[in-house]
Ligand binder design. Sequence first.
Ligand code: FES
Length: 123
Amino acid sequence: MTSHQVEVRDRRTGEVFVLTVPEHRPLLECFEEHGIDLPFACRQGACTTCAVRVLAGELEQRDAMGLSPALQQEGYALFCVARARSAAIVETQDEDEVYRLQFGRAFAQARRPWWPFPRWTAD
Ligand code: FES
């Protein structure tokens, strides 16, 4: 079984955590098993609460449905579904930061109001 060393820099507390993790297991789960408290909500790769920025190394995150391919290319990952593919260093993100990056862009690119339905009035 292949394992990799993963370092997490927690921006909320300034703490740094380092673990050696098997590459087939979700990273959040591995860190939790060692009593390390990191941000999460859905645990399904949907909400971005657990978003990290990958500073070094490679993570696999095929189940990160809540993170756009563009942000994945820019080095963001969802820690609840990510798995290590090499030694890696990541830092936690502010959930609002990733949300703004992802949806702020989408709304800014829209040429019409984001609400997709016509407004019904009682005239
Ligand atoms: S906890 Fe929701 S995407 Fe990871």
